[in-house]
Design a protein around this ligand. Structure first.
Ligand SMILES: Cc1cc2nc3c(=O)[nH]c(=O)nc-3n(C[C@H](O)[C@H](O)[C@H](O)COP(=O)(O)OP(=O)(O)OC[C@H]3O[C@@H](n4cnc5c(N)ncnc54)[C@H](O)[C@@H]3O)c2cc1C
Length: 389
């Protein structure tokens, strides 16, 4: 492993990969990306649902989406790697007056930023998704340029392009400490030796707090377990299989957070557990499945005919206001954060990585980072993001 570098990136998920790619595009190629697992993209990035949407409640997140989705649309040409991007839309189902009011305000905000979002009644929503039961649905919103993409493809595309430009990728290597010299970054200690550097990027996903503590700062990111289940439809029950959408549209029942989209011949679905406490445990809690199924069969009755072929759990990296932390740490010169994307980080990785690379390279990122500033938490409650699924 190299003993010196201009920058060390900790974490080989979509965030670390995007920062590495964008740094190399800005001429910063003397980089070491350190990942403790044997493979890249096996943390939260490898366990996510691949959803990509413009529909957020916070203007800064909508702007991250606008830039990221434009980037994903030209990813294959620009980065040279397939990402299986399908823009079949995102449909939010709203069942309470409070959600309808909130979404009306947010649709106005999204449209003011140039995003085309449709406002639908329950019947129009049902027409978009064969087999959907819209009982109790008061309204829905849909953006047709939203969709799903392959998180592994995005991460590997960024990494391979960065590597081709000179970045070193160290897998199976754990960061164990950060050395400071009078509140400046001096070196990173790893299981395979020390790398002297003046710049460290904390891209450790749910483990961001632990990396922050190595440099004596508190990064307010906590891990929460989220499940994904894959439903398979028996060929004999073809009547049921015909009652699921043909397209890869993502459907989200906002009140319950139950969501689903087509995944190959089957269906991918998930739901948050409001009672889940913070944990690093990613064991699948099979006793949670009946709760999900209760909600799922109400919205998509064909699921009653399906079997669950497999399931996994991963970690959301949640901040107190569900907005990320992106930018420099004023207290430690040379330390940069790209953390706490609160369940929607994959889709924001292209823009977030570009912005942080600009900041590190001393360029103007042309993005107001105030909503993502680490020190906002000390200033009191901020508006934050309310579309956390
Ligand atoms: C079930 C689920 C569904 C999701 N669905 C979506 C979705 O539809 N759309 C969306 O946009 N987002 C979604 N997300 C969120 C998204 O996956 C995350 O926001 C995103 O992957 C965060 O990327 P990351 O690179 O910061 O973290 P990670 O992918 O976790 O990468 C961090 C890496 O740091 C490494 N690391 C940690 N500590 C050390 C150390 N000491 N030394 C070396 N390496 C270290 C880890 O091994 C890991 O590989 C979902 C998440 C989950 C769990």
């Amino acid at each position: 492993m190299k003993r010196t570098a201009d920058a060390v990136i900790i974490g080989g998920g979509c965030m670390g990969a995007s920062v590495a790619y964008h740094l190399t595009r800005r001429g910063v190629t003397d980089i070491v990306l350190v990942e403790r697992e044997q493979l890249l993209a096996t943390g939260s990035t490898g366990r996510n649902a691949g959803g990509v949407r413009h529909q957020f409640s916070n203007a800064a997140n909508i702007q991250l989406s606008i830039e990221s989705i434009r980037f994903l649309e030209r990813f294959v040409d620009e980065v040279g790697h397939p990402i299986d991007f399908h823009q079949d839309g995102y449909l939010f189902l709203l069942s309470s007056n409070a959600s309808v009011d909130t979404f009306r305000r947010n649709v106005a905000l999204q449209r003011s930023l140039g995003v085309e979002v449709e406002w639908l009644d329950a019947e129009a929503a049902a027409q978009r998704v064969p087999g959907l039961n819209v009982d109790g649905v008061a309204a829905a919103t849909c953006c047709r340029r939203d969709g799903i993409a392959d998180p592994n493809g995005v991460t590997m595309g960024f990494v391979k392009a960065a590597q081709a430009a000179g970045a070193a990728i160290e897998r199976d290597t754990e960061v164990t400490g950060i050395r400071l010299d009078r509140q400046r970054i001096a070196a990173v200690e790893t299981s395979h030796g020390v790398v002297e550097t003046g710049v460290v990027v904390n891209a450790a996903g749910p483990y961001a707090r632990q990396i922050g503590r190595m440099a004596g700062i508190e990064v307010p990111v906590d891990p929460y377990r989220r499940h994904i289940f894959i439903a398979a439809f028996d060929r004999l029950a073809s009547a049921a299989a015909a009652q699921v959408p043909d397209s890869k549209i993502m459907v989200i029942d906002f009140e319950t957070t139950f969501y689903f989209h087509r995944e190959g011949a089957g269906l991918l679905f998930g739901m948050g557990d409001p009672l889940e406490a913070t944990t690093f445990d990613t064991t699948v809690q099979w006793d949670f499945l009946p709760q999900v199924i209760d909600v799922a069969v109400k919205r998509l009755p064909a699921l009653a005919e399906a079997s669950i072929s497999h399931a996994w759990a991963g970690l959301y990296e949640i901040t107190p206001d569900a907005n990320p932390v992106i930018g420099p740490v004023p207290q430690v010169e040379g330390l940069f954060l790209i953390n706490g994307f609160s369940g929607h980080g994959f889709q924001h990785s292209p823009a977030a990585g570009r912005i942080l690379a600009d900041v590190i390279a001393g360029r103007n990122p042309c993005f107001d980072l105030t909503p993502f500033d680490l020190n906002r938490f000390a200033r009191g409650p901020a508006a934050g993001e309310c579309y956390v699924v």
